[in-house]
Design a binder for this molecule. Structure first.
Ligand code: SF4
Ligand code: SF4
Length: 379
């Protein structure tokens, strides 16, 4: 029953989004995007709808946990749909168990959203201003082609490679941000009955949390990735779990809840086929993902999310290359690396060219005219 209600709220969120875009428009309220908190508030001091959304979600998480992620995120809903479709096609992707679920979203949050905007704010005037109708709804959204590709890669394809909620776990900087209040939340999934160690809760968790281990060790789900989706609660045959309140004075909050978990979920890896661990190769994946994502981020209008989605898929294709022949394996790997390397070269050249242009514009114009006088004459 509770899961039907959750799916209904995810559908309602889309109805509200459509009403905002096509009925109300942005004359009163502009883009409601979490990025606004970083690009508008931290950078410039502007308060708008996106900034208010982040503040409300932060306070809400302090009380109810990461409800937003499990019950109200449109990208979460797309991933649920992808999971549903894959299951209907009898494709059952394994949930990838990795330390990167803690490390990668944090790198994206700090590197792309917090650090550049804080540096900008420190070197420019910063004034608090209220601009509810700015920016426009489409300000940060890519064009049709890149937008569709982003939904396809991050909403659908990534589920095939990383398992249910792969984008939330491995990429979403918003989720990384909400981990901070999540650990302090008053309401949590807690152990309130006898556990028979059947592991159903762990298998039900779309986030890949070892719920069975956590509730028996901490008496609650301590993992800050928990999205309060309640799939573990409704999946427990012994009613050992409930979503319940505890006074913050009695709550223990440890730094370890924010750190990568130890590989306890490995206890399940041998027994069933729900999980696949890549922990031994975590660092290789991390290096490849960062190199690949940065090589294409910004090219052809590709945004951060799409770049990281493609980077992750590229890394998985190389490390788990399904080709049976060695020669075809080498050729496809070289091809994949070559495509990213080629784009990295273009990006480096664009950056060098822009630097020259910004620092030495008059000389560059003079040189261009001297070298290409005839062609320049045409213009
Ligand atoms: S621990 Fe339970 S509530 Fe939290 S994400 Fe996993 S299934 Fe959902
Ligand atoms: S599903 Fe319930 S009984 Fe089974 S391991 Fe989880 S908490 Fe224990």
């Amino acid at each position: 029953m509770i899961q039907k209600f959750r799916i209904l709220t995810l559908i309602m969120i889309h109805v509200l989004i459509l009403l905002h875009v096509f009925y109300w428009g942005d004359s009163i309220v502009g883009s409601i995007d979490f990025q606004e908190f970083f690009h508008s508030f931290i950078k410039l001091g502007i308060i708008n709808a996106g900034v208010l959304l982040v503040i409300i979600a932060f306070l809400f998480t302090l009380i109810f946990g990461r409800f937003f992620c499990g019950w109200a995120c449109h990208f979460g809903a797309v991933q649920e749909l992808s999971w549903f479709i894959l299951n209907k096609l009898n494709i059952k992707p394994k949930t990838i168990d990795s330390k990167l679920v803690t490390i990668l979203p944090l790198i994206i949050l700090l590197n792309l959203y917090i650090i550049p905007n804080v540096f900008f704010a420190l070197n420019h005037p910063w004034n608090i201003t209220l601009k509810m109708n700015e920016p426009s709804i489409w300000a940060f959204l890519p064009g049709f082609i890149i937008g569709t590709l982003t939904f396809f890669v991050d909403g659908f394809l990534i589920i095939y490679f990383l398992g249910r909620k792969g984008f939330c776990r491995f990429i979403c900087p918003w989720g990384a941000f909400l981990k901070i209040p999540n650990s302090l939340a008053l309401f949590k999934v807690r152990k309130t009955g006898e556990c028979t160690n059947c592991h159903n809760c762990t298998q039900a968790c779309p986030i890949g949390i070892d719920v069975n281990y956590e509730i028996n060790k901490f008496n609650k789900v301590a993992n800050t990735n928990c999205t309060s989706c309640m799939l573990c609660v409704s999946g427990c045959p012994s009613n050992a779990l409930s979503y319940s309140y505890q006074s913050p004075l009695k709550e223990d909050v440890k730094l370890s809840y924010y750190l990568p978990t130890t590989s306890k979920i490995n206890s399940l890896l041998s027994k069933n086929s729900y999980f696949k661990s890549i922990r031994k190769q975590d660092w290789i994946y991390l290096i490849l993902i960062l190199l690949f994502a940065n090589a294409i981020d910004g090219m052809y209008g590709i945004g951060h999310f799409l770049a990281y989605g493609i980077g992750i898929i590229g890394s998985f294709l190389i490390i788990n290359n399904p080709q049976s022949l060695k020669i075809t394996k080498y050729i496809t790997n070289i091809l994949i690396i070559g495509i990213f390397f080629w784009h990295a070269l273009i990006k480096i050249n664009i950056s060098i060219g822009t630097q020259y242009y910004n620092t030495d514009t008059p000389n560059i114009f003079q040189q261009t005219i001297r070298l290409y006088a005839e062609k320049m004459g045409e213009y």
